[in-house]
Design a protein. Structure first.
Lengths: 781, 162
């Protein structure tokens, strides 16, 4: 590795603009004639729209236009869709109800958009919105998925009887049931995975610009995948053909999954710009974000885990009900199925697994991918169950995990996944050493002397990243391929532009992708520009989510670099009158191996563009593109340990140490990888201790601001102890597994295992607030 | 409409705005200084922190007309053109930012914190002082490191100057 190459801890190229206020986010964009939008949203969780009276509002100062769902329907704008088809076990396709970008006749959750007001200022738009009279006929609402399945529950969509979207299964039911019947021990547990609000700090925003002369649309938006947004808005929502729609995702202030999806506001602002003749900007306020950004998690599961007399796991049976909210968001169906149940084998050799998943409509915000997306749910279920089993069986939690670890690779699980590489014991040992596991008893005794209850808990997670092989996901119902594209453009002076379909919204691609170029071409990272986030610049791409930018996005860059290098070597061989096979690229020079002949990189680049002396028949220029489609998922894994102290008088949990030992495969920039883990752990601790979306029984959102929803603050968290035990991924050229979601996946069960260890009762749901912990303590004693 | 005159980053500026306009919107929309961000509606997130007459304030919780006559520093004015303030440099060195959205407010809060505690900061104090600034990316780990490092460096600089 060079000082800026692969593995180097270089500081980020993009930092200076963010640190000096020069970042450019969607809400910062200003174009001539731009006006402001305010959305009128349903205050009811479920209601019919009887009428919308805009007469008084139309006459208010600054108002340019007020548009509703009937006009949108009349203009042929399509329904929002879910792009991953799941079939129920009876073979029937999932029951997708219509999601209008602006509701035309029925609203199904608080925040459902009904109309848009466009005015000179945001204040005037908001004032006019208050003067619009929407006459609603309220209907009964249902909030919990389990309740929505019951007879007599309010029905959301005519397409979905009993609100059931699909009833899906994976694995082998009969062998699983047989193993449970014959087991020496069966651990039975009910697992709740709490609903979360993703809350990237930048609220969603969009600026729709219609150019009537060119009949062309431009959409600035807070997106993790602008090309997917363009594709979906063109192919399904009938906004404009792709060549008439440019989507730009500039600097984006965090996503965590919530900015993958195409929301009503992007579609409506583009349409409204054409209707009103002015550019239309909308920026979500935080309460709108809580109401309308896709939420995450919200599962209830019944679990049985069977053991033989030697404490080996013989079977796992899972029955999950997943709440998908009022409408099916873009990838909502894949999260509780192929991103969840396929990971239920965890790090363990389990011969028989069966999972049944029912997804359900409720009068709540749509639920879709949030950091980890299905894998945190699988890990929490599995690691809480294994921990519970260890307590029931009277064996140490580490030992029970150890004897069940998968130790040979590749390993085919009973639930599709084929793990390619790993060393689970290495992470377990490293985490236990870092946490001084063996010294815990003494620390617990010392804490008891101070009146505190101390507990320790671990979690051994696995996840599937680098999504995903296109043919494989296609066969499972995905409506898109999950390859990535790259183009490497070498300028005539040897500087480099890399165009990528990945999108950085905090991950530091401008640095890590440049490090890859520095490693390969010997060019300083300052001479490398990473271009992303604009469909006019980058031809096509699938975006950033599922920890795929390294494993898939950078692999595409590797393929393009291979082609660039091959052409550069041909030119160098020609210029130095050497054999092409003797040319090596080292330290920014093309050399003839075994001689002192060499040409600096820039000179070869220049030769490619002057084209005065190229090999016969060679085209001028030095620019190559590539598409990379992965051959398998990647499988990051690790072990997390949390140690906590509970104040029995207040139920307050103090995290006294948090240890993470991860296997991410090869690492491009350790500083950035550590940052990803820190952030993921914070979100996992948030889920375990603080965060929870709560609706009342009428579907009113009770946690709709940062005063009501407990985001992790600096003083809620400790510093973290991290280490890596990396086994390179054999499936991609850089050996990368991915690191973006691990922290959020591995940490919640470690925390809850630690707290339940401290308080001596296993019955505790997330978030483990002081009140819940205190109540659990009372019931335990 | 109200007329507002104030000194921002060393320049005297004036503008007309609705009486209800918040300082943050005046800064962003009238002055075009978009480094100051809006991340919530309840004065919780701290993305909008600026310095007003030498103290950090959440510019979402003050009206532009209330700020009239005051001296305001935003993230754009913290260091000279092309330079980084020691706190900005420490955030870069210690990877105290990812998406960058909370960063301007974090930095402005950290500068004020160091000014008040000068050289006496420890991890617990930094974490307690950051309670009004929310970051969703970093888990605060590297922000805390950056603030402590900047505090140490600025305090060493002060001692050297004395």
């Amino acid at each position: 590795m060079g000082i800026e190459g692969i593995g180097a801890r270089v500081t980020r190229k993009e930092d200076k603009r963010f640190l000096t206020g020069k970042g450019r986010y969607t809400d910062d964009m200003v174009v001539p004639g731009m006006k402001y939008a305010y959305f009128i949203r349903s205050p009811h969780a479920h209601a019919r729209i009887l009428s919308i009276d805009t007469a008084a509002a139309q006459a208010m100062p600054g108002v340019i236009g007020i548009l509703d769902g009937k006009q949108l329907l009349a203009d042929g704008i399509g329904n929002l869709i879910c792009g991953w088809m799941i079939h129920s076990k009876d073979g029937s396709p999932m029951k997708m109800g219509a999601w209008r970008p602006l509701a035309a006749d029925t609203v199904r959750y608080v925040g459902d958009a009904v109309a848009i007001v466009v005015a000179d200022t945001l204040g005037e738009a908001r004032d006019a919105a208050e003067a619009v009279v929407v006459d609603y006929q309220p209907l009964d609402a249902v909030v919990e998925a389990v309740d929505a399945l019951k007879d007599g529950a309010p029905q959301l969509h005519p397409e979905a009887a009993n609100n059931l979207i699909f009833d899906w299964q994976i694995g082998d039911a009969s062998s699983t049931d047989k193993a449970i019947a014959e087991a020496a021990h069966v651990t039975t547990i009910e697992i709740h995975n709490n609903r979360l609000a993703p809350n990237p700090m930048e609220p969603r925003a969009t600026l729709g610009i219609y150019d009537g002369a060119e009949d062309h649309f431009t959409c600035y938006t807070t997106s993790q995948n602008p090309h997917v947004a363009r594709l979906v808005m063109s192919a399904f929502y009938n906004v404009a053909p792709e060549n008439k729609l440019r989507v730009i995702a500039p600097d984006v202030g965090g996503g965590f999954g919530s900015k993958i999806f195409i929301y009503p506001e992007e579609v409506v602002c583009l349409w409204a710009s054409k209707k009103t003749g002015v550019p239309v900007k909308w920026t979500s306020d935080r309460t709108e974000a809580f109401l309308t950004d896709a939420h995450g998690r919200d599962h209830v599961s019944q679990v049985k885990m069977a053991f033989d007399a030697d404490n080996r796991i013989t079977a796992l049976k899972v029955d999950t009900v997943a709440n998908l909210g009022a409408y099916m968001s873009l990838f909502s169906s894949s999260v509780p199925t192929y991103l969840y149940a396929t990971l239920l084998s965890g790090q363990y050799a389990i011969p028989a697994i069966h999972a049944n998943v029912r997804t359900v409509y409720t009068n709540t915000a749509p639920v879709d991918a949030y950091r980890g997306a299905g894998r945190p749910e699988a890990t929490f279920l599995l690691e809480r169950t294994v921990e519970t089993a260890a307590r029931e069986l009277g064996v140490s939690p580490a030992e029970l995990r150890r004897i069940n670890f998968i130790r040979e690779f590749p390993h085919q699980t009973p639930v599709i996944m084929n793990y390619d590489a790993g060393d689970y014991e290495a992470s377990l040992n490293a985490a236990m050493a870092a946490a001084d596991w063996n010294g815990f008893a003494a620390r617990k005794a010392e804490a008891a002397g101070r009146g505190k209850k101390r507990g320790i808990g671990m979690s051994c997670y696995i996840e599937a990243c680098g999504i995903a092989p296109s043919a494989a996901v296609g066969s499972l119902g995905a409506g898109v391929g999950l390859w990535e594209s790259a183009e490497v453009r070498v300028n005539a002076v040897g500087t480099v532009e890399v165009l990528t379909g990945s999108h950085s919204h905090g991950q530091g691609h401008e640095t890590t992708f440049a490090q890859l170029v520095a490693e390969r071409l010997g060019v300083p990272i300052d001479n490398v520009n990473i271009v992303h986030g604009d469909t006019d610049k980058v031809q096509m791409g699938m975006g950033t989510y599922g920890s795929r930018s390294g494993a898939v996005g950078m692999s595409a860059i590797v393929k393009a670099l291979d082609k660039v290098e091959a052409k550069a070597k041909k030119i160098a061989a020609h210029l130095m009158e050497a054999d092409e096979s003797d040319i090596v690229l080292e330290n920014g020079e093309l050399k003839v191996a075994g001689t002192d002949k060499a040409l600096p990189w820039f000179q070869v680049a220049l030769a490619a563009y002057t084209a005065h002396n190229l090999p016969s028949g060679m085209e001028p220029g030095l620019k190559e593109g590539a598409f990379y489609d992965p051959s398998n998922f990647t499988f990051p894994a690790g072990c997390y340990i949390a140690e906590v102290e509970i104040d029995p008088d207040t139920g307050t949990t103090d995290i006294v140490q948090f240890v993470a030992a991860d296997d991410f495969g090869n690492i491009i920039n350790p500083m950035i990888v550590e940052g990803q883990v820190h952030g993921g752990i914070a979100q996992g601790i948030g889920q375990a201790l603080l965060e929870g979306v709560h609706y009342d029984e009428n579907g009113q959102l009770l946690t709709a601001s940062f005063m009501d929803y407990a985001m992790p603050r600096a003083d809620d968290l400790p510093s973290f102890k991290l280490s890596h035990q990396n086994t390179p991924c054999p499936g991609n050229p850089l050996g990368i597994k991915g690191c973006g979601e691990a922290g959020a996946i591995g940490s919640p069960p470690a925390l809850i295992n630690a707290i339940t260890d401290a308080i001596g009762t296993n019955a505790l749901t997330m978030p483990a607030t002081p009140q819940k912990v205190w109540k659990a303590l009372q019931s335990a004693h | 409409m109200a007329k507002v005159t104030l000194t921002v980053n060393g320049r005297t500026v004036s503008g007309e705005c609705e009486e209800r306009t918040l300082l943050v919107h005046f800064i962003r929309e009238k002055l075009g200084l978009t480094g100051t961000h809006v991340g919530c509606d309840t004065s919780q997130c701290g993305a909008c922190v600026v310095h007003m007459d030498g103290h950090s304030v959440k510019s979402c919780s003050i009206l532009a007309v209330q700020a009239s006559g005051s001296t305001v520093t935003t993230i754009e004015g913290l260091a000279g053109q092309g330079e980084l303030h020691p706190v900005q440099a420490a955030f870069k060195e210690h990877h105290g930012l990812q998406c960058g959205f909370c960063t301007p407010g974090m930095v402005m809060t950290a500068v004020d914190m160091i000014n008040r505690h000068g050289g006496n900061l420890d991890e617990a104090t930094v974490r307690a002082e950051l309670e009004g600034n929310i970051c969703r990316c970093t888990g605060y780990h590297n922000i805390v490191k950056a603030v402590l490092a900047a505090d140490a460096e600025m305090s060493a600089g002060r001692q050297a100057a004395e």
